[in-house]
Design a protein around this ligand. Structure first.
Ligand code: SF4
Ligand SMILES: [Zn+2]
Length: 526
């Protein structure tokens, strides 16, 4: 199963030399290309290209080439080749949201298709198809329509999203569903422009995908897969995220769905075919150019042997950065840029357990409704910076007192472990043990996080310490505060089912493993 990520990633090793011309195989589905881009290089005024960068010889044809090579001027045979290929692979990956276009659907059914495509597109952001399929199926059972979704809560949405990552996506779907019910009678707008302008979380790419697939609107898509495919196809070696580059690629994607289009060519199929080709053939690594239905037209694949003729200066491409001699294959496209280094962050995390003779409960706190891992639960965590001076027990006490009303007496490190079990102080609750658990590493897209975890045991009382009201809830009375859900005491089996992120799950697994090993603590997962 090929991996698909809707992300523009860096490509690496030079894999495929394409300095040779490719012959179309017998049975290939596309017609012959009408003309070759490279034949259009102008005679005219001479342009002396620099032939050296940083000690590497530069390929002169890519130092000075006409900008017209990046324009898709005759897309018709390319489109036909693409669609013929797509018809043979459309159902290969068993995606439940991909359905044949039905021109006879009424407006209600089309809006339902739009909802299905929308949910799948949001789930596919930064996530592989194979991972998304079971989540999509579960989601559609629980929220079969926009109306069902709009009536749910962020906790219900997060529960379904658990394990899929990038949790803010689920919350945004919920917010948008409520707007669709309120302002659009429960139907996603039937054009990309309105969708992009008024539905939160829907950008130009998603709007194009939803509207072309569900409503048949002739609007383009440009996700990471299509960006890579078109960059290679147009032999565009320019800063991948610059406005000029994106404008060039959007223009090519638009030409694919707009110019001279036969009414039988459903634009949704053209867009899905581009995405499919990018993710399964024109892959980040090891693109399968010999199987590609577009290889006869592909600029990167058909890059001609070095030649010296260059265009008139006014027709010269000013977008592309020169290629060196080493960058002579399709993998040279799109242009690589250095990734920004992920930020390093360290959090001190306390798995705080309250225990009595016959009960064990663990403290979880809810993250804010905005930002990273919005609305999910976690063990109390404190970001550590260079000024941080608190030690393990002191930090745990502060974390605990942030969310509970009852006073708790701290653990005294000077006493041997276990001594405090005999402690009898003024406070009802007291820490009896603080055990370092070790480090847990978790990488987000832009953060490398290290959790320094510790296990903190408190005893006293017949129930866990009373929880405070959360910030912004001063109007709640004492009893309501107990259920305000900004913090929770949960049993071992409840923690496993709670809305916690993958990083917090790792800490919990470490805790359970420790418990199995620490026979004197008798941790049970039952
Ligand atoms: S020929 Fe190769 S590089 Fe060109 S579009 Fe096809 S798979 Fe991509
Ligand atoms: Zn160029």
């Amino acid at each position: 199963m090929p991996k698909q990520k809707r992300t523009q990633s860096e490509v690496c090793d030079l894999e495929h030399s394409n300095t040779h011309q490719h012959s179309r195989k017998k049975g290939d589905l596309s017609s012959k290309p009408q003309k070759h881009h490279w034949k259009n290089l102008r005679k005219g005024a001479k342009y002396e290209a620099s032939t050296e960068i940083s000690g590497h010889e530069v390929d002169p044809i890519f130092s000075g080439h006409p900008k017209s090579i990046h324009i898709l001027s005759s897309p018709s045979p390319i489109r036909q080749a693409l669609l013929s290929w797509y018809a043979t692979v459309e159902t290969n990956r068993g995606m439940p949201w991909r359905k044949p276009y039905n021109p006879n659907l009424g407006s209600k059914e089309r809006a339902q298709r739009a909802y299905e495509v929308w949910v799948s597109e949001v789930m596919l952001q930064q996530t592989q198809v194979i991972t998304v399929i079971p989540y999509y199926n579960t989601w559609m059972k629980k929220f079969p329509t926009v109306a069902h979704l709009a009536k749910s809560s962020v906790d219900e949405v997060n529960a379904l999203w658990k394990g899929l990552g990038y949790y803010s996506r689920g919350g945004r779907l919920l917010d948008a569903a409520q707007i669709i019910i309120r302002d659009y009678q429960g139907k996603l707008p039937d054009n990309a422009k309105e969708m992009e302008a008024n539905i939160p979380g829907i950008g130009r790419y998603s709007a194009g995908a939803i509207s072309s697939i569900a409503y048949g609107e002739r609007v383009p898509v440009l996700d990471g897969n299509v960006h890579r495919l078109l960059s290679r196809f147009l032999a565009l070696h320019a800063l991948p995220k610059s406005k000029a580059t994106l404008d060039t690629l959007w223009a090519a994607a638009t030409a694919m769905v707009k110019d001279e289009v036969n009414d039988m060519d459903h634009p949704g199929d053209i867009n899905q075919a581009l995405i499919e080709l990018g993710s399964t053939i024109c892959k980040i690594r090891n693109p399968s150019c010999s199987d590609c239905p577009l290889n006869a037209w592909c600029g990167a694949y058909n890059k001609p042997k070095r030649q010296q003729s260059v265009p008139d200066i006014e027709d010269l491409c000013t977008l592309c950065e020169p290629l060196t001699e080493e960058q002579n294959g399709v993998m040279a496209y799109p242009m690589k840029v250095k990734k920004r280094k992920a930020r390093i962050e360290v959090d001190a995390v306390s798995v705080i357990e309250w225990r009595s003779v016959d009960d064990r409960q663990f403290l979880l706190v809810r993250r804010p409704d905005n930002g990273l891992l919005a609305g999910l639960y976690e063990f109390p965590a404190t970001s550590l910076d260079s000024n941080h001076t608190l030690n393990g027990p002191g930090l745990a006490l502060q974390q605990l007192l942030d969310v509970v009303e009852d006073s708790v007496t701290s653990y005294n490190e000077e006493f041997p472990r276990g001594f405090q079990r005999e402690y009898s102080g003024a406070s009802e609750y007291h820490m009896v043990d603080v055990v370092p658990m070790g480090n847990v590493l978790h990488t987000f897209s832009h953060i490398k996080k290290t959790y320094l975890a510790q296990w903190v045991v408190i005893e006293g009382g017949i129930k866990p310490p009373q929880l405070k009201c959360g910030p912004g809830q001063p109007e709640l009375n004492h009893e309501e505060c107990r259920t305000s859900r900004n913090a929770l005491w949960l049993s071992i089996s409840e923690i496993t089912k709670a809305n916690i992120s993958t990083g917090v799950s790792k800490i919990w697994k470490l805790f359970l493993t420790m418990g199995e090993q620490e026979s004197n603590c008798s941790v049970s997962t039952q």
